[in-house]
Design a protein around this ligand. Structure first.
Ligand code: PEP
Length: 252
């Protein structure tokens, strides 16, 4: 049975005050979700302790990035072992902002994924095509290649610690969302790539991300291969974020 996950990526936003108010609200509401959704909050690393304290175990917590080393003279970096030590369960790997702004390659993504799963944490591995790639008819092949390369170092026992997030780059923070049908088609394609790789594809959760809001979540989450969402902007609004979590159908 696949995990149903709604994860909020705060990016470089937030404060102690937001951690207190937003997580307080989400923590209070998460208990009344009756659709089996796991709520994950992924704040800037400096607020992990505040979020964990406020969450009181009602939501899971993740970090937005880790370095490709476990310790050493790498000023400014944090490791997956540190994320685990701090109480996190999830690590985002290969978000398009990391790929585009910080030059992260599929090879680097593969190295980080290997370290994350070795730490016993779950990697949420982000993939997605640019607008140019989609308009050139390359979306499926670009995403398939990101999946194959980014997950190339996952060993058979570690697939349980892999979640994928399909986030078309042109939909992130733009207000444009893939239609539910297009997102479903890409998720089905990703699942078939996972199958070809010998992964237990039917057990791996595939999240959709890219301008998900309360008013489009229901359509996206009702698709058979969409197992949840990775939410950016809307996760900074407690009520909107919880509404998105509620849109997950109880039966799927
Ligand atoms: C994201 O940053 O992963 C994301 C999907 O952002 P937004 O929801 O704001 O498009």
């Amino acid at each position: 049975m696949r995990r149903k996950i709604v994860a909020g990526n705060w990016k470089m936003n937030g404060s102690k005050d937001l951690s207190e108010k937003l997580v307080g609200y989400v923590q209070a509401e998460a208990g009344s979700l009756d659709n089996g959704v796991e709520v994950v909050i992924i704040p800037p690393a400096i607020y992990i302790r505040d979020v964990l304290r406020q969450a009181e175990g009602a939501v899971s917590v993740g970090v937005q990035n880790v370095g490709q080393w476990q310790s050493g003279a790498y000023t400014g970096e944090i490791s997956s072992e540190m994320a685990k030590d701090a109480g996190c369960d999830y690590v985002l790997v290969g978000h398009s902002e990391r790929r585009q702004i910080f030059g992260e390659t599929d090879e680097l993504v593969a190295e980080k994924v290997a370290l994350v799963v070795a730490s016993g944490l779950t990697a949420i591995v982000c993939v997605g095509e640019t607008l140019e790639e989609r308009e050139s008819g390359l979306a499926e092949s670009v995403v398939a290649s990101q999946v194959r390369l980014g997950l190339s170092a996952v060993s058979p026992g570690d697939w349980k610690n892999i979640v994928l997030a399909y986030e078309p780059v042109w939909a992130i923070g733009t207000g444009k969302t893939a239609t539910a049908e297009d997102a479903q088609a890409m998720h089905a394609s990703i699942r078939s790539v996972l199958k070809e790789m010998g992964a237990p594809a039917e057990e791996i959760s595939l999240l959709y991300g890219g301008s998900v809001k309360a008013d489009n979540a229901a359509a996206l989450f009702s698709e058979s291969d969409i197992d949840g969402g990775l939410i950016g902007g809307a996760s900074l609004d407690a009520k909107e974020f919880i509404s998105i979590c509620r849109y997950f159908p109880a039966s799927s």
